[in-house]
Ligand binder design. Structure first.
Ligand code: NI
Length: 248
C-alpha cells in the first residue's frame, strides 16, 4: 500500500515524522455550490482536492482537509449552495492557516478551485503569515492547463460550471445527463468577464434571473471524462513542481 498523502489519514506520529523532512502543506480550497444542470455541488472542492492529492502523490507532499464551505452568496438562490459570509470564512481560514503554521507547516500552498476564495485568502495570509509562507494557485492557471482548455473548449469554457471542471468530476465521480445543459448558454461579453472575475456577481435573485440554469457562459456539455483525466494529470504535475520549489 502506498503512503497516504492526506493529513486526515495519518497518525500524529506520522505527521511529526513528515515535519522533520518537509514543512510544506497543500491546502485545497473549493466551494459547495450549484454548478449548472450537469455539475456537482462539490465541483470546486473535488477539483482542488483531487489535484492536490495527485500532486502530493507525485512529490511526496501532504494535503490538509479542504476548505469546502466558502463564500458563494450569488448562488444561494439555487438548492445545494451553502455559503459562508466573508467574516466567518476569513476567521475560519485564518485559524486554520495559523494552526498549520504554528504546528510547523511553514509553507502553505493553497490549491484553489473557486474564484471567490482568492481575494480573502490572499489578504488573510498577508496579515497573518510571514513573507514567503503562503502561495495560492488556481488549478487552471498553469500554461499547460490553459492551453488544453483553449484547445478543447475555446470561449465555451466560460466562467461557471466550466466544461473543464465538470470533466474532472466526470473522471473522478460521475457523469450526469446534460439535460438543460445540452443547449449552449448565452455568450458572455469580454466586458462582462472582466467586470465579474473573482466571482464578483450580483444578488442571488439577480444571479438566478440572469443565469436561470446556473451556468455562466460555460458550455458544460462539452465535458468528457477523458478530458478530466488530462486536466488532472497536467495540473497535478504543475502543482507538484511548484510546490516542491515553494516548500524547499
Ligand atoms: Ni467551479
Amino acid at each position: 500500500m502506498t503512503q497516504p498523502v492526506q493529513l486526515a489519514h495519518l497518525s500524529w506520529l506520522e505527521v511529526e515524522a513528515y515535519l522533520t523532512e518537509n514543512q510544506g502543506i497543500l491546502l485545497p480550497a473549493g466551494s459547495t455550490e450549484q454548478h449548472g444542470p450537469m455539475g456537482l455541488a462539490g465541483t470546486d472542492t473535488i477539483c482542488s482536492e483531487t489535484v492536490a492529492v495527485a500532486a502530493a502523490e507525485l512529490c511526496g507532499g501532504l494535503v490538509a482537509p479542504a476548505l469546502a464551505y466558502t463564500p458563494a452568496p450569488f448562488n444561494t438562490g439555487f438548492p445545494g449552495t451553502l455559503s459562508l459570509s466573508g467574516p466567518v470564512f476569513e476567521a475560519m481560514a485564518a485559524e486554520i492557516m495559523a494552526g498549520l503554521f504554528n504546528q510547523g507547516f511553514q509553507r502553505i500552498y493553497v490549491v484553489n478551485g473557486h474564484g471567490a476564495n482568492i481575494e480573502p485568502l490572499t489578504r488573510v495570509a498577508a496579515e497573518l503569515l510571514p513573507e514567503g509562507a503562503f502561495h495560492l494557485r488556481n488549478w487552471w492557471d498553469f500554461e499547460a492547463v490553459q492551453g488544453l482548455r483553449d484547445r478543447l473548449y475555446g470561449a465555451w469554457e466560460g466562467m461557471h460550471a466550466t466544461p473543464s471542471e465538470v470533466a474532472i468530476t466526470q473522471h473522478t465521480h460521475r457523469i450526469l445527463n446534460p439535460g438543460r445543459a445540452t443547449t449552449p448558454p448565452g455568450r458572455l461579453s469580454p466586458e462582462y468577464v472582466a467586470a465579474h472575475s473573482g466571482d464578483r456577481h450580483g444578488s442571488p435573485e439577480e444571479h438566478r434571473r440572469d443565469f436561470p440554469d446556473g451556468r455562466v457562459g460555460s458550455h458544460s456539455a462539452l465535458a468528457r471524462p477523458e478530458h478530466g483525466m488530462q486536466f488532472l494529470s497536467l495540473a497535478a504535475r504543475a502543482v507538484a513542481d511548484e510546490f516542491q520549489h515553494f516548500a524547499a
